[in-house]
Design a protein around this ligand. Structure first.
Ligand code: MN
Length: 297
């Protein structure tokens, strides 16, 4: 069974004690299995306090973040690679301490708009760092999801097939592709086919819609997306990610171009996302049974 998760930014953009307690309690109250904590500042996280809140609420946690220009492991710059590797290992340490099953996000490059394409040497360096990170991840049984994002947020992984190729080069059982419907809607020719082709390399999944607002209120064929996830026999986490200027401020607002309110009420958005995801998954599983239900007597 897929664990269903909620991105913490639906509740709050920070991780102070108040933010942490509120986001975890609300995620559990709505009925999700996990919260995806997204922190650009890993040092700001109080591990024992976070652990206490998770235990109290009875839910799990995953982490998402992106590397930045100074920690870009695809830059073909030894100093940046070193800093990037330290950051990735630090995130794995946090994940281990909090019992997180996954870390994910733009971990293969910086999370930024590039002005030039990536290079073969840059990809090779990123692969080498992620091979070492993958060894630590495997020892701790944590999956590292490399997020495939649109061209304005990275120049390394923009399509699912690039992520599969990257994972093959890395060759770690614990480094996988992290796909996101919002980005796939921009870059893929066929979202469902890309999910199915990713198959066992799929390790993490973000749902949402074309404008990152309420699921089903945008233009993505979400029924097709969930059917593809079921066909691919994907068992990993499915987390809802949505941004509104009501919660998210700078610097993320600027990087992601969050200019308008796609929603006002976090609780209503979260409840709807859980209901919608459960309904879509149920429908997709039932659709898979059609062949066996259609035999002639
Ligand atoms: Mn995402």
């Amino acid at each position: 069974m897929n664990k269903l998760g909620m991105h913490a930014f639906v509740w709050t953009a920070g991780w102070t004690h108040n933010d942490c307690a509120h986001a975890i309690a609300k995620t559990a109250e709505v009925g999700f299995d996990i919260i995806e904590a997204s922190t650009l500042d890993l040092d700001a996280m109080d591990v024992p306090y976070t652990q206490q809140q998770l235990e109290k609420a009875g839910i799990g946690i995953t982490f998402s973040f992106g590397l930045d220009a100074e920690t870009d492991i695809s830059a073909n710059d030894r100093e940046k690679e070193k800093r990037g590797e330290v950051r990735l290992l630090k995130a794995l340490g946090l994940a281990r301490d909090l019992g997180a099953s996954h870390i994910c996000g733009i971990l293969e490059s910086a999370f930024q708009k590039y002005t030039v394409p990536t290079t073969a040497e840059g990809v090779k360096r990123s692969v080498e760092v992620l091979q070492r990170v993958g060894e630590v991840a495997a020892r701790n049984n944590i999956v590292v999801g490399l997020e495939v994002v649109n061209r304005y947020e990275s120049n390394v992984l923009n399509t699912a097939s690039q992520a599969v190729e990257m994972c093959k080069r890395i060759g770690s059982s614990h480094v996988k592709a992290h796909l996101d419907v919002y980005h796939m809607n921009i870059e893929e020719s066929d979202i469902g086919q890309a999910i199915i082709a990713t198959g066992d390399y799929l390790g993490y999944f973000h749902t949402g819609d074309s404008h990152r607002g309420y699921m089903g209120s945008g233009s993505i064929d979400l029924a097709g997306v969930f059917r593809a996830l079921v066909k691919a026999n994907y068992q990993g986490p499915i987390t809802f990610e949505s941004f509104s200027s009501r919660v998210v401020g700078q610097p993320l607002q600027g990087i992601l171009g969050i200019w308008r309110n796609l929603w006002e009420d976090s609780q209503d958005l979260a409840s709807h996302a859980l209901m919608y995801t459960k309904a879509q998954l149920k429908a997709a599983h039932e659709a898979e049974k059609q062949a066996e239900r259609s035999r002639l007597p």
